[in-house]
Design a protein around this ligand. Structure first.
Ligand code: TYD
Ligand code: MG
Length: 420
């Protein structure tokens, strides 16, 4: 518990004073956008960054937020936009070291090492940039408040002042916010309702890939995401995520299957692996899942036991999504079941098979969204057979899918029959 003294802050997120306007005279927002040269990044913003929008980018310390924003700044500057990057955490020398790695060149790219909010805004007003980046909201403080940087009132005041600056001058502004896994996110989280766009930058410590996803976007669809790999020269978009996540898939091993899942709005092929081995804990075998919902997997195992007549009571079961991905849609159900049965029976699932489908409690396979996108992704990576819900097949009749063999299944018995 931290005491916060209530203080007089600026009025919350007030627009500049204005008179009532006729609906037909209101200018449409979201028309003017600036794009980055990282193609995969633009959809996350709904097709480029809207002029005058306020964007919050949250993520754990060290995940690559500064790197991403620096790369975006470079792109904007190369397009002739004036950019002001305010660094409240790192000295300009440190920024320079990173900039050299990222290949920053000349261009209208200004840096300011400053933590006093009023001074930042006054510099920004003088410079009049098109893009403002505040790295980070937790590092700056307003001299109007006596609380220390990073407290809720300071973070809100920072967002508030940048908000007004962004709206007044049509400046696209970015706030970087640190969020830790344990959920110490009091600061940035409390800004989510105030900003136009909320993006989260996530990744696993032990993996080089990063995911940028939109949680909220007033100018475009949410749940869009972009995948990046952190390398020696900064972040690089992964243009073919499916190939990336499948590149180390074992061949001719039981317990491995490829599922076609939807991440954001795009299809992604991922490998589910299962290991079934006799337990040492009679009566209380282990059930471990990584990257999948534990309760859903328990339910699927119960369905297989009931409908297929297998018994898992003497078996430890481990299920893992390769590459540290996490999958959270029911369309992966059939993949979970196929991988477990494959390992249990020691029967290899052919390399060129992809499965997807939601499984209900009676063992029925239910239709899922976007079957065409899932099938096309499998086709484009050279897979030959897709085992999928019967109910989805009719939607694909008119499509030209001559390169791939589609097999519909009504229930898990039928599906496993086709797979093996
Ligand atoms: P950074 O952008 O500083 O993270 P954040 O601003 O979210 O705290 O990223 C820091 C990490 O990224 C650091 O561990 C070093 C690594 N990194 C690379 O691997 N390659 C690079 O080119 C750069 C600039 C950083
Ligand atoms: Mg940083």
């Amino acid at each position: 518990m931290v005491e916060e003294v209530e203080e007089e802050a600026s009025a919350e997120f007030s627009f500049p004073p204005s008179d009532p306007v006729l609906y037909k005279d209101i200018k449409e927002a979201g028309k003017e956008r600036i794009k980055t040269s990282i193609e995969e990044l633009n959809p996350v913003f709904g097709g480029g960054v809207v002029l005058g929008s306020l964007v919050l980018i949250g993520g754990e310390p060290g995940i690559g937020k500064s790197t991403l924003l620096l790369q975006m700044s470079r792109d904007f500057a190369l397009q002739g936009e004036k950019v002001l990057y305010v660094s409240g955490e790192e000295s300009l020398e440190q920024v320079k070291i990173r900039g050299e790695r990222l290949g920053l060149r000349n261009g209208n790219l200004y840096f300011l090492a400053e933590t006093n909010l009023e001074r930042i805004i006054s510099h920004a007003e003088k410079l009049n940039p098109r893009v403002l980046i505040l790295d980070s909201v937790q590092a700056v403080f307003s001299s109007k408040l006596s609380s220390s940087p990073g407290t809720i009132s300071q973070v809100r005041e920072a967002a508030n002042q940048v908000f007004r600056f962004a709206k007044k001058g049509q400046v696209s502004s970015f706030l970087i916010g640190h969020i830790t896994k344990e959920g110490s996110l009091a600061g940035p989280k409390s800004l989510e309702h105030m900003v136009d766009v909320v993006l989260y930058f996530e990744g696993e410590r032990d993996h080089s890939y990063r995911v940028l996803r939109a949680l909220k976007n007033r100018f475009g669809p949410v749940s869009e995401l972009a995948l990046f790999e952190m390398g020696a020269k900064g972040l690089k978009a992964i243009s073919n995520p499916s190939a990336f996540f499948l590149k180390e898939r074992p061949t001719e091993e039981a317990g491995s299957v490829v599922v076609s899942t939807i991440k954001g709005s795009r299809p992604l092929l991922a490998e589910i692996q299962a290991l079934v081995s006799s337990t040492l804990f009679a009566g209380n075998p282990r059930r471990m899942t990584i990257g999948l919902d534990h309760f859903r997997v328990a339910m699927l195992l119960a369905i297989v036991e009931k409908k297929m007549g297998f018994s898992f009571s003497g078996e430890d079961i481990y299920i893992n999504v390769a590459g540290g991905l996490s999958l959270d849609e029911p369309a992966t159900d059939l993949g979970v079941i196929a991988s477990v049965v494959s390992c249990l029976k020691n029967r290899v699932i052919p390399q060129d098979v992809v499965v997807f489908g939601e499984v209900g409690l009676s063992g029925e396979i239910r239709s899922v969204s976007q079957p065409l996108a899932r099938v096309k992704e499998a086709e484009s990576l050279g897979f030959k057979t897709v085992i999928m819900p019967q109910g989805n097949l009719s939607h694909l009749e008119k499509e030209d899918l001559s390169e791939i063999n589609l097999q519909g299944a009504k229930n898990i018995k039928q599906a496993l029959g086709i797979i093996f």
